[in-house]
Design a protein around this ligand. Structure first.
Ligand SMILES: [Zn+2]
Length: 194
């Protein structure tokens, strides 16, 4: 089942997943066209019948800043860090019942740190408590991976299922490697939820 619709820019660059309702609205308003539809399933309203879109393409090109600054949410942060504490290295499933994954600020907020991608890492609650309001160098706690801003496409799909049709467009534009990376993230997210 399709949970969302893949929206492409006019240039065919994959942009994001949009809810089905929003995709239909864009199509009805003439702001997007249906590139791929789910076979055999139609959406009927009073006045019109539309195929159920799996991939839509915007009719006008929208400019996406090279450094697309999506707000850091824990969902995406944990996905970026592969659901693993960046200090002790334990994955979510190895945490004790009273522990949880949290957001840690390398430079603590109380010391002028920000919520930018490059200043936040996934930390288990125990490591987060231990690090407290100190800098990594002060306490000798350094993240396994230097935090970077992830590609926004990775974020968009990190916690979502792609259908084969949608995957094809990702592969076309970003190559098989990106697709593989997304699939790995998806599987991790699915394991975590399931
Ligand atoms: Zn930890």
């Amino acid at each position: 089942m399709i949970v969302g619709c893949l929206a492409l820019n006019a240039s065919f660059e994959p942009l994001t997943m949009v809810p089905l309702k929003r995709a239909l609205r864009l199509v009805i308003d003439g702001k997007a066209e249906i590139v791929e539809a789910e076979q055999g399933r139609a959406i009927r309203s009073e006045r019109l019948t539309l195929p159920r879109p799996a991939v839509i393409r915007l009719t006008r090109f929208i400019h996406v800043p090279r450094k697309f600054r999506r707000q850091v949410t824990n969902t995406f942060l944990f996905a970026r860090d592969e659901y693993r504490c960046q200090y002790c290295g334990r994955p979510a499933q190895e945490l004790k019942p009273r522990e949880a994954l949290t957001r840690d600020h390398l430079v603590p907020l109380s010391r002028g740190g920000t919520n930018e991608w490059t200043n936040v890492v996934t930390a288990c609650s125990s490591c987060n408590t231990r690090k407290s309001n100190r800098l990594p160098s002060e306490i000798g706690m350094h993240p396994l991976h230097q935090p970077v801003e992830p590609h926004f496409v990775h974020l968009s799909w990190a916690v979502r299922r792609l259908t084969p049709i949608q995957s094809r467009y990702i592969r076309m534009f970003y190559g098989a490697e990106t697709l593989h990376h997304l699939e790995v993230l998806e599987q991790r997210a699915a394991r975590r939820i399931g």
